[in-house]
Design a protein around this ligand. Structure first.
Ligand code: NAD
Ligand code: ZN
Ligand code: ZN
Length: 322
C-alpha cells in the first residue's frame, strides 16, 4: 500500500528504550509505524477483495489467519504464532511498518476499507490509539450504565480517544487525569465532566465526585506504580480496573489492597470487527483524532515531541508523496 499516514505511538518509545530484556520475541532493525492508513498500491498474485487506489486502514496485529482467534478477527491473541509473519507483532512491530512511502501488507484480510469522509492521515491513529481504548471500553460496557463513572488516566494519543469512545458509546460520567495542563485542557474540551491533576488530593477529589462510591471503570493509559495506585484508590466495589499503559508499574493485589470484587485486567490492542466499528465512529465524526503531522524525514522529531510531552493527541508521520 501507499502510506497516507503512520501514527507515532508511545509503545515505539518503549520499544526503542525499555524492552531490552527479551520481553518480546523480536527486536530491531525494522521500520516503525504500526498505526497505518493509505491506499492500496498494487496487488500480489491471486489477491482479491481490494483494488488499487482504494483507501484503506491496516488492522495491525498479524496472526496466522487460521486459528480460532484469528478466524474471529482477534489476531492479537493468535494461537499459532509460529505461522504468523512475525510472532506477537505486525507491521511496525517486529517487521517493517508504515513510516515509509510504501508498506507491504501480507494479506488483504488486514485491510479495512476506509469509510467515506475519513482521510488516511487522520484515520491512521484510529487503528491503535482509537482501537485500543475502544476494545478496553467495550470489555467494560455492562458496567458503564447511566449513573456510573469512568476514569481515564493519561490523556495522550490513546487517552484523548478513550474519552471520545466513552462519550460516544456510554452514558458514564468521565473523569480525566493527566500531569500536563494542556492534556487536561484537551480533556475538558472533549467533554470530560471532571479534570484532575495527579497529586496527594487526586483520589479524594475523584471519590468525592462519585458521591464517595468510587469509579465503576478505571482505564489506566499510563501504567506506572503511581497511576495504578491511584486507579485502585478510586475504584468502586464490583468495578473494573483496566491496565492499558505499559510504563512497567505494578499493583499489589490482595484481599484488602483493592476494592472488593474489582476485576483487574490488562488489554492489548483490539479485534478487526472492533476496528470496523471504530472507523464507523470516525466517519460519523464521533471520534476525531487530534493530530499533528510530521513529514517522513522528520519522524524522529515526532518521537522527540512525544517523549518531551509536547504533543496534544497524536503525531502522524506523512510521506511527502501522500
Ligand atoms: P502518550 O505519551 O501519547 O500519552 C500518555 C499521557 O499520559 C500523556 O498525556 C502524559 O502526560 C500522561 N501521563 C504520564 N504520566 C502520568 C501520570 N503519572 N499521571 C497522569 N498522566 C500521566 O502515550 P500513548 O501513545 O497514548 O500510549 C499510552 C500508553 O499505552 C503507553 O505506555 C503505550 O505504550 C501504551 N499502549 C498500550 C497498548 C495496548 O494495547 N495495551 C496500545 C498502544 C499503546
Ligand atoms: Zn501502539
Ligand atoms: Zn492465529
Amino acid at each position: 500500500m501507499r502510506i497516507g499516514g503512520a501514527g507515532a505511538c508511545h509503545s515505539d518509545l518503549h520499544l526503542m528504550r525499555d524492552f531490552e530484556g527479551g520481553l518480546l520475541p523480536w527486536g530491531p532493525p525494522f521500520t516503525l509505524g504500526h498505526e497505518n492508513a493509505g491506499w492500496v498500491h498494487a496487488l500480489g498474485e491471486g489477491v482479491t477483495g481490494v483494488e488499487a487506489g482504494q483507501p484503506v486502514a491496516v488492522y495491525g496485529p498479524w496472526g496466522c489467519g487460521h486459528c480460532g482467534r484469528c478466524r474471529v478477527g482477534m489476531e492479537t491473541y493468535c494461537e499459532d504464532p509460529a505461522q504468523a509473519p512475525v510472532p506477537m507483532g505486525g507491521g511496525g512491530l517486529g517487521i517493517d511498518g508504515g513510516m515509509a512511502e510504501f508498506m507491504l501488507v501480507p494479506s488483504a484480510r488486514h485491510l479495512v476499507p476506509l469509510p467515506k469522509g475519513l482521510d488516511p492521515a487522520a484515520a491512521a491513529p484510529l487503528t491503535d490509539a482509537g482501537l485500543t481504548p475502544y476494545h478496553a471500553v467495550r470489555r467494560s460496557l455492562p458496567k458503564l450504565l447511566p449513573g456510573t463513572t469512568a476514569v481515564v488516566i493519561g490523556v495522550g494519543g490513546l487517552g484523548h480517544l478513550g474519552i471520545q469512545v466513552l462519550e460516544a458509546t456510554t452514558a458514564a460520567r468521565v473523569v480525566a487525569v493527566d500531569v500536563r495542563s494542556e492534556a487536561r485542557a484537551l480533556a475538558a474540551e472533549l467533554g470530560a465532566d471532571l479534570v484532575v491533576e495527579p497529586g496527594p488530593d487526586a483520589a479524594a477529589e475523584i471519590r468525592g465526585f462519585t458521591g464517595g462510591r468510587g469509579a465503576d471503570v478505571v482505564l489506566d493509559f499510563v501504567g506506572s506504580d503511581t497511576t495504578l495506585a491511584l486507579a485502585a484508590a478510586v475504584g468502586r466495589f464490583l468495578g473494573d480496573l483496566t491496565i492499558v499503559g505499559i510504563a512497567g508499574g505494578s499493583l499489589p493485589v490482595s484481599f484488602f489492597s483493592v476494592p472488593y470484587e474489582v476485576s483487574i485486567q490488562s488489554t492489548y490492542w483490539g479485534s478487526r470487527p472492533e476496528l470496523v466499528e471504530v472507523l464507523d465512529l470516525g466517519a460519523r465524526g464521533l471520534l476525531r483524532p487530534k493530530i499533528t503531522t510530521f513529514p517522513l524525514d522528520q519522524a524522529p522529531d515526532a518521537y522527540a515531541a512525544l517523549e518531551a510531552g509536547k504533543l496534544e493527541g497524536r503525531a502522524v508521520v506523512v510521506p511527502r508523496s501522500a
